[in-house]
Design a binder for this molecule. Structure first.
Ligand code: ATP
Length: 320
């Protein structure tokens, strides 16, 4: 193995840069060359790539986003697009590929491997924490911390004005961010897509809190459970409480990665290079019970990712 490629794909997440750095430094340490592929699979198809050296990844460990840029590539979904990418594999002499991204990116990498045989390893980089095969994805911890900071600030104003606040966080299919941020932020109610809810129940909780003298209420809702505006409207209709809404949106995707995300990114990026050097392919790396692990991509993606419902119940108990 002489030369590998690295790309970031799908939604960006804080810690992707720390991961690129780890891939490059680990590879160079072992005498390999690294090509940085721009804009996800789009740059792969277009041959938009540059050599990355030790210095190319200096001063990026603390930066959010990705220096390689990222994209959702419609062309890579088509066999013609992937055939063009394979032309570049030959042209640039790439013998292995590290794909930092979400499950969609892993699927694309796996299909490309089946078609053209290029060894691929996926590194889970997404704030959503929605990838089976790993307890945590790169960027999740930072996103949760960003959401918790926002909740803290909103809590100040909620208390001062004695208001109910609805805070909408990211999570179309899963409530990982909502649950973690809601528990850490002491939210009264957390709404996640995995759990059906009723407005009667939410309002009953709110009224109970009000009767015992609670000055404010914070409701954290994952975007996939309900829209924040709609939740606020329903609460206002039923209780008459002045209910405000904050939609955190893309705030959650940016920012300097937390130490935990940088450490995870460093460990997983280095492991991906090790796997390629060992001749492994179609693997993803992850963290399970504190240990770095490698799994078959297809096996991992066939598993279902599930949220910790005991933790969800606990959040309910603690905010009674
Ligand atoms: P996130 O969930 O954080 O946005 P993701 O990697 O799941 O990340 P997707 O948009 O699902 O994001 O996938 C990224 C890219 O991977 C797609 O734009 C496409 O180029 C490629 N891809 C996804 N699924 C496939 C597939 N079945 N075949 C080929 N390529 C795919």
């Amino acid at each position: 193995l002489q030369r590998i490629g690295v790309l970031t794909s799908g939604g960006d997440s804080p810690g992707m840069n720390a991961c690129i750095r780890a891939v490059v430094r680990k590879a160079v340490y072992h005498g390999l060359e690294v090509m940085g592929i721009k804009r996800g699979f789009n740059g792969f198809i277009e041959g938009d790539m540059v050599p990355l050296h030790l210095g190319s990844v200096a001063d990026i460990i603390h930066r959010g986003g990705t220096i390689l840029h990222t994209a959702r590539s419609v062309q890579f979904l088509n066999p013609e697009g992937r055939a063009r990418a394979n032309e570049n594999v030959k042209r640039f002499g790439i013998q292995g590929l590290v794909v930092i991204g979400g499950d969609g990116s892993f699927r694309g990498a796996s299909i490309f491997n089946r078609e053209y045989g290029l060894p691929v390893v996926g590194v889970p980089g997404t704030i959503d924490n929605d990838i089976p095969g790993t307890d945590q994805t790169i960027g999740f911890d930072t996103a949760v911390n960003t959401a918790v900071e926002a909740i803290n600030k909103i809590r100040d104003t909620a208390t001062s004005h004695e208001r109910t606040f609805v805070i909408e966080v990211m999570g179309r299919n899963f409530g990982f961010i909502a649950l973690a941020a809601g528990l850490a932020g002491g939210a009264e109610t957390i709404l996640i897509p995995e759990r059906p809810f009723s407005y009667d129940e939410i309002c009953e909780r709110l009224m109970r809190g009000y009767r015992r003298g609670k000055l404010h209420s914070i409701i954290v809702v994952a975007e996939g459970a309900a829209g924040g505006l709609e939740v606020a409207r329903k609460i206002k209709e039923r209780t008459g409480f002045d209910t405000k809404v904050t939609i955190l949106g893309h705030l959650q995707r940016g920012g300097t990665p937390t130490a935990a995300d940088r450490i995870l990114a460093s460990c997983l990026g280095a492991k991906a290079v090790e796997l390629l050097m060992a001749g492994e392919t179609r693997k993803m790396v992850g963290i399970k019970a504190g240990k770095v692990v490698a799994l078959d991509i297809e096996d991992a993606l066939s598993q279902t990712r599930s949220i910790d419902l005991d933790m969800y119940s606990l959040a309910g108990i603690l905010s009674i």
